[in-house]
Design a protein around this ligand. Structure first.
Ligand code: PRP
Ligand code: URA
Length: 209
């Protein structure tokens, strides 16, 4: 689908399978999510613009490539987004961070917002929003609206698993925002969970169930 990139790197797919397994422990799940997020970060940033800066190596001067423009912003949709955020920050330690506190009401499947904190000047920065799960897309869609209200213009969305319904809904609501995911699964069950999925990402990361 236009605007959707499935990151099919073998290491990503292998680690994702380990994460999906129900017997994978909380500690392993967290470690795998952190590892996978560095690989996903590599893909979601692969076309960033470069400029050059004059440096001196021990041998001679040269014009060496560096990232162009203002520092990136990684925006984590809490809680589970933080599992992706940590690995992303391992790769881009100077990135700015936004936190979007949002949980999905279990009955209505509507997002409930409880926190928002972002750098002030979102308009001039690339913002990569991270959340492992795109299910109904209610949470991600609301998070994008919030960022746009605060001036964000250049946004990408990175998740681990997506449902076909969620991708469609997200792209309809935000056709300007490209989606990167490691898998598009079969669909949603009657409770809005991704099938076959990996269960509740937040609970599996933090051992809360
Ligand atoms: C999960 C997930 C997404 C949301 C996806 O979070 O991390 O934010 O559900 O579902 P949706 O696409 O149907 O909105 P959850 O609400 O369980 O909160 P948590 O991260 O705090 O566990
Ligand atoms: N949130 C999750 O953590 N898992 C799903 O399958 C759907 C929403």
């Amino acid at each position: 689908m236009d605007g959707v990139t499935v990151i099919d790197h073998p290491l990503v797919q292998h680690k994702l399978t380990l994460m999906r397994k129900k017997e994978t422990s909380t500690a392993s799940f967290r470690r795998l999510l952190r590892e996978i997020s560095t690989l996903l970060c590599y893909e979601v940033t692969r076309d960033l613009d470069l400029t050059t800066t004059r440096i001196e190596t021990p041998m001679q001067e040269m014009d060496a490539p560096i990232l162009e423009g203002k520092k990136l912003v990684f925006a984590s949709i809490l809680r589970a987004g933080n599992g992706l955020l940590e690995g992303m920050l391992d790769l881009v330690p100077a990135a700015r961070v936004a936190h979007i506190g949002m949980y999905r009401d279990h009955d209505t499947l509507q997002p409930v917002e409880y926190y928002f904190k972002a750098p002030e000047d979102l308009a001039n920065r690339l913002i990569i929003v991270v959340d492992p799960m795109l299910a109904t897309a209610n949470s991600a869609t609301a998070a994008m609206e919030k960022l746009k209200e605060r001036g964000a213009k250049n946004i990408r969305f990175l998740c681990l698993l997506a449902s076909p319904e969620g991708i469609q809904r997200f792209r309809d609501a935000h056709p300007d925002i490209p989606v990167f995911t490691a898998s598009i699964d079969e669909g949603l069950n009657e409770k809005g969970y991704i099938m076959p999925g990996l269960g509740d990402a937040g609970d599996r990361m933090y051992g809360t169930k």
